[in-house]
Ligand binder design. Structure first.
Ligand SMILES: [Zn+2]
Ligand SMILES: [Zn+2]
Length: 90
């Protein structure tokens, strides 16, 4: 159980790659620029989000520091909700 969570965490950390060459793309959510690229773990494709969108938790108004790939796409979350997500997915 603990091991599984650790592996998941490692995989998610490895997927948290931000490239700086995405500034020409508009945000997937609101269409704003500049954006950062995040790799969708399901499609392996890059998705672009602006600072407003990637820095706010999807579940509360706290600062998002993590993200995960859901069936609906990339979701940005604060550390608290990230742990919650890991818990319900384990
Ligand atoms: Zn946006
Ligand atoms: Zn939150």
């Amino acid at each position: 159980m603990k091991n599984k969570v650790f592996i998941l965490l490692t995989a998610l950390a490895a997927a948290f790659v931000i490239t700086s060459c995405g500034s020409a793309n508009s945000c997937e959510r609101c269409g704003a620029t500049p954006t950062k690229a995040f790799v969708n773990a399901m499609t392996q494709e890059k998705e672009y989000y602006c600072k407003d969108c990637y820095s706010e938790c999807a579940f509360c108004s706290q600062k998002a520091t993590e993200y995960y790939t859901s069936a609906l796409g990339i979701v940005f979350v604060c550390p608290e909700h990230y742990e919650y997500i890991l818990e319900i997915n384990s």
